[in-house]
Design a protein. Structure first.
Length: 61
């Protein structure tokens, strides 16, 4: 417990670093927003076709 309180080791660094805590919190919020948007608008992120992509007709210019 003393090493953790002094910020030694991985756990001590994670617990005692406020900047890391704030960054992890912001990342979690951003990830949650992404998941909410992904649920609302899945076609923005996922495009697939079972039969392949349609070939577009060449335009006549």
């Amino acid at each position: 417990m003393e090493k953790i309180n002094r910020g030694e080791g991985s756990l001590g660094l994670l617990i005692n670093d406020k900047k890391l805590y704030n960054n992890l919190t912001a990342s979690a919020i951003s990830l949650d927003s992404l998941f909410v948007d992904l649920k609302k608008h899945p076609k923005r992120y996922v495009h697939f076709s079972v039969f392949g992509r349609k070939e577009s007709k060449p335009s006549s210019r």
